[in-house]
Design a protein around this ligand. Structure first.
Ligand SMILES: *[C@@H]1O[C@H](CO)[C@@H](O)[C@H](O)[C@H]1NC(C)=O
Ligand SMILES: *[C@@H]1O[C@H](CO)[C@@H](O)[C@H](O)[C@H]1NC(C)=O
Length: 199
């Protein structure tokens, strides 16, 4: 008869042998989240905000715990990652594109935002989210979301607005442009976080 100690040892060995391959063989990859207003926990890199052809932050507003009373969009901070997002908009009158840019080392990148699922009117910049993406300076297409008409403003949190998971493993940069050149229509961006996949 095996002793209790021997049985425990065998069970531990079994558990370890089951667990180890699961961790390594499945992916061996981890996701790192860069919050819109905090540094990359691994590298310390922060998202850079600006406006094309202009110095400074331009129209980007850093919203933490709903501290932007003047912002048109008022999502619930409790439902946003780390209670924060960056708010920016593009309009034909403004004519320039706000951008967010960050570097990472990995093989995939995902952008999460907050969009407006429905609202009463369709005539404000709130109801369009048009974002154009570039990786390493190369065009990756556009995300377009138009809110439906409803009795009240409903936000959709944790919305995946961009995903690219087949990058060659290495150092990359991603640019998020608010608005797109054609057709030039209003756009709202509520950027919540950027996730990338690394070894
Ligand atoms: C990373 O996050 C994305 C988006 O949520 C998900 O699709 C992907 O499976 C995750 N990858 C890993 C390695 O966890
Ligand atoms: C909200 O709070 C954050 C963190 O203190 C600050 O950086 C940001 O400028 C504030 N935003 C507004 C609109 O006051």
């Amino acid at each position: 008869m095996p002793t209790v100690r021997q049985l425990v040892f065998v069970m531990l060995a079994l558990l370890t042998s089951l667990k180890t391959p699961a961790v390594y063989s499945q992916t061996g990859l981890i996701n790192i989240t860069i919050d819109d207003s905090s540094a990359d926990p691994l590298t310390g890199v922060k998202i850079v905000y600006g406006v094309e052809n202009q110095a400074g932050h331009g129209d980007w507003v850093s919203v933490v715990d709903q501290n932007c009373t003047g912002c048109l969009a008022q999502p619930d901070a409790a439902q946003a990652f780390d209670h924060s997002w960056h708010d920016s908009s593009y309009s034909i009158e403004k004519g320039f594109f706000p951008f967010a840019w960050v570097t990472f080392t990995g093989s995939a990148v995902y952008v999460m935002g907050i969009v407006i699922a429905s609202m009463e009117r369709t005539s404000t910049s709130l109801n369009n989210t048009r974002l154009t993406f570039e990786i390493d300076g190369e065009d990756q297409g556009t995300y377009l979301h138009i809110a439906s008409i409803g009795p009240e403003t409903v936000f959709s949190y944790n919305t995946l607005v961009f995903a690219k998971d087949d990058l060659p493993y290495g150092f990359h940069n991603i640019t998020i442009l608010v608005g797109n050149s054609t057709p030039a229509r209003d756009s709202l961006c509520l950027l919540d976080r950027i996730i990338y996949t690394r070894r």
